[in-house]
Design a protein around this ligand. Structure first.
Ligand code: FES
Ligand code: FES
Length: 150
């Protein structure tokens, strides 16, 4: 099947049961997308499909043919980090970093959707992304900073 990931067209022979998460990590080597629970509960595997956030562990690779998939590796423009990536650095929005790529992918989508107007709203729309280190405060600060700059 043919997948379009981070603006590259990839032609792969895939079992129709394989998930998008296993495809990007194991077949394409894009290991920035993390496997936490593998059952839709932690958000670590969040990627974008046609600009909207999806859980890659619950998405079959075969269901996104013809669509635009973006992983954390596709956010930066050359050496220039995406503003949300930079804000996570500036606000210490991570500790171990395991959840961070999923948090950033969700944050980019909710900012794009205009769903990050208050700290309470940010906490609500980001509630599907779990951080075992508890970096929630700085994550909210980072998202607010980018939202305020828009
Ligand atoms: S790995 Fe997909 S939600 Fe946890
Ligand atoms: S920074 Fe460690 S799980 Fe979130």
């Amino acid at each position: 099947m043919e997948l379009r990931v981070n603006e590259r067209v990839e032609r792969l022979r895939l079992d129709p049961r394989v998930t998008l998460l296993d495809t990007v990590r194991d077949r394409l080597g894009l290991t920035g997308t993390k496997k936490g629970c593998d059952r839709g509960q932690c958000g670590a595997c969040t990627v974008h499909v046609d600009g909207r956030r999806v859980l890659a562990c619950l998405t079959l690779a075969g269901s996104v043919t013809g669509k635009r998939v973006t992983t954390i590796e596709g956010l930066a423009r050359g050496s220039a980090l995406h503003p949300v990536q930079q804000a996570f650095l500036d606000h210490d929005g991570f500790q171990c970093g395991f959840c961070t790529s999923g948090q950033i992918m969700s944050a980019v989508a909710v900012l794009r959707e205009g769903q990050a107007r208050s700290p309470e709203q940010i906490r609500e729309v980001m509630s599907g992304n779990i951080c075992r280190c508890g970096a929630y405060g700085p994550i909210v600060d980072a998202i607010r900073a980018v939202g305020a700059a828009d």
